[in-house]
Design a protein around this ligand. Structure first.
Ligand code: SIN
Ligand code: MN
Length: 208
């Protein structure tokens, strides 16, 4: 469903089986040798998510991408799995973004607990070439429903609230690539019981 030019919401894009498989991979990564952590951003505030970057690390102090986590523990960023890249490519293609295909080279994996949230922001730390081409960001959600906020190109523009449920994909590219967005809250207890997940994972795939 196209909710604005260049912005698409695919409800329940992933089957329950696919969600279960992806969830197991997310858990293994976040609890693995390069674990998820709570970033402290410029100005000293702690984010309200546990983050793990794959492919390239997003530094919350500099808002720049780098190969190792110099704002946290210095560990090298784990690679982005090939089959995750393929998943992101397929979702972008399903949105009809054929002229500007997504060759994701990084994914930001965030875990939101019951009090998880993310202030409205633009995803604008990727390369000038990627941003100006409107290469889409593909977001995939697992677990508890998020109240997603989707605004315009200016911070003061009106914001649409839409629930992102487990298995949903959301794509924003082309003219929507720099729209403001965020997560105002997580709705506890809404994850499919079969997943056995409290909270929410969100994966955003981007091309630097
Ligand atoms: C993000 O904007 O990076 C995350 C969005 C989400 O969690 O749905
Ligand atoms: Mn974002």
């Amino acid at each position: 469903m196209e909710i604005a030019p260049g912005a698409f919401h695919f409800k329940r894009h992933l089957s329950l089986d696919a969600q279960r498989t992806l969830l197991a991979e997310c858990r293994a990564l976040v609890e693995g040798p390069v674990p998820g952590y709570v970033p402290v951003v410029r100005g000293g505030g702690r984010m309200h998510v546990r983050m793990l970057c794959l492919g390239r690390h997003w530094n919350g102090k500099t808002y720049a991408y780098e190969p190792a986590r110099s704002d946290f523990d210095g560990l090298p960023v784990p690679p982005l799995p090939e089959h995750w890249k393929a998943l992101a490519r397929d979702v972008a293609r399903a949105a009809g973004m054929t002229g500007i295909p997504l060759e994701a080279d990084l994914c930001i994996l965030n875990y939101y607990g019951a009090d998880g949230r993310m202030g409205t922001h633009q995803d604008k730390d990727e390369s000038e070439a990627s941003l100006s081409a409107g290469v889409p960001v593909v977001s995939i959600s697992l677990g508890d429903t998020a109240q997603f906020l989707f605004g315009g190109l200016r911070r003061r523009d009106p914001v649409e609230k839409l629930p992102l449920e487990s298995g949903d994909a959301f794509v924003f590219g082309g003219p929507a690539r720099l729209r403001f967005h965020g997560v105002s809250r997580i709705v506890p207890g809404t994850a499919p019981p079969e997943l056995g997940l409290t909270g929410r994972f969100n994966l955003t795939f981007r091309q630097y």
